[in-house]
Ligand binder design. Structure first.
Ligand SMILES: Nc1ncnc2c1ncn2[C@@H]1O[C@H](COP(=O)(O)OP(=O)(O)OP(=O)(O)O)[C@@H](O)[C@H]1O
Ligand SMILES: [Mg+2]
Length: 349
């Protein structure tokens, strides 16, 4: 089993912001005016980044992650908008794929951002999560392979999905349509180890379908003021789904996103989230990084766009940590810390 990260903040997040400048000063003091004289390529910052990038893109198969004993289906949810749900879905999936596992991202957000970031076709008319939810096509017809990695798969969302919230209301078994559509046969045939479902920023029927189809919930929390606003409501909804529709569901993972080490606030939010959620919070923290936000504009993940960057390394660490945990670890939504802390969290904010 590979080593998980040990630090509170992943190795790539340990020296963000102004400390980077300090790092360079130390470097100059140590190596003088011609800092690159006599050094191997890996000793320079750029060389080290290139070395990391090469390791990311050409990993040693000996470091492949262990396959989960049973396929893990994880819904990535937070009704607060812009907290990093999609970014986390696509980059975690890419991180798992780069480390030897097969990951399928189901884009359940009509915005189609996950489909864009994975570089798959999601123009109107393309077989998508919409037709799959309506039962018009089987899931096998909707799966596309990301051009960046053969083990990275996606069921795209098209603009048609925008009407689904309303169309689903009058349908039979409206909350369980995604679960019904998930075909074990197709997933087995494609060798899928992880299914990551990217939700829209709401607690409507699309998110409920995702919660019914999954065993685990992963909640991204942005290291900003009001970060925990609404998390209590999300946890209560998870409780409801758990007690009425899906006994297996539990909040297995919380991930801190857009961490800015220059601000005290980021540390305060991180400490508070860890205080409330305990061990289910991944030790790897995703830094605020321009590279992470630029990657989708190029139809790709940060792991492909800039594999040696801090953002890429932090998602790689997070993927490793997620895979090292078992599907059943975490906290049961109905009884555990998460449910209670959610209420406390909401009061606190
Ligand atoms: N670590 C990061 N560093 C910098 N920018 C980031 C980071 N993570 C996400 N972003 C940017 O923040 C914005 C919101 O991220 P994202 O789309 O992943 O959030 P979301 O929760 O899926 O949003 P929505 O609720 O609209 O679906 C995007 O522009 C994204 O590129
Ligand atoms: Mg999104």
């Amino acid at each position: 089993m590979p080593d998980g990260p040990t630090a509170d903040v992943s190795r790539e997040t340990s020296a963000p912001g102004p400390e980077e400048g300090a790092e360079h000063d130390d470097f100059a003091a140590e190596y003088g005016d011609d800092p690159y004289d006599g050094l191997s390529l890996n000793d320079t910052p750029i060389g080290a980044a290139a070395h990391r990038a090469s390791q990311v893109l050409h990993p040693d198969s000996a470091t492949d992650l262990p396959k989960p004993t049973t396929r893990r289906v994880i819904t990535i949810a937070n009704q607060k908008g812009g907290v990093g749900k999609t970014t986390t879905a696509v980059n975690l999936a890419a991180a798992l794929a780069l480390q030897g596992l097969t990951a399928l991202v189901i884009d359940l957000d009509p915005q189609g951002n996950a489909s864009t970031a994975l570089g798959v076709d999601h123009r109107a008319g393309v077989a998508s999560s919409y037709e799959m939810l309506l039962g018009e096509i089987g899931m096998g017809e909707a799966i596309q392979q990301s051009p960046h990695n053969e083990r990275l798969l996606c069921i795209p969302a098209t603009i048609d999905l925008a009407g689904a919230e309303i169309e689903l209301v009058s349908m039979v078994a409206r909350e369980g349509r995604l679960k019904t559509a998930l075909s074990a046969e197709v997933l087995d045939a494609r060798g899928v180890d992880f299914v990551l479902i990217d939700c829209p920023p709401s607690l409507g029927l699309l998110t409920v379908n995702a919660l019914v189809a999954a065993n685990e919930v992963l909640i991204p929390i942005q290291c900003e003021y009001y970060a925990l606003e609404g998390v209590g409501q999300l946890l209560r909804n998870i409780d409801l789904v758990q007690s009425h529709l899906n006994r297996d569901l539990h909040v297995s993972t919380v991930i801190l996103t857009m961490y800015d080490g220059r601000t005290k606030l980021a540390d305060q939010v991180a400490a508070e989230v860890r205080g409330h959620f305990g061990d289910i919070v991944l030790r790897s923290v995703i830094p605020r990084s321009v590279k992470v936000s630029e990657a989708p504009g190029f139809g790709t993940t940060v792991l492909d766009y800039d594999p040696g960057s801090r953002g890429a390394m932090s998602y790689l660490d997070a993927g490793r940590e997620l895979a090292a945990r078992t599907a059943t670890s975490g906290v049961a939504a109905e009884t555990g810390v998460a449910g209670q802390s959610g209420v406390a969290v909401e009061r606190a904010y």
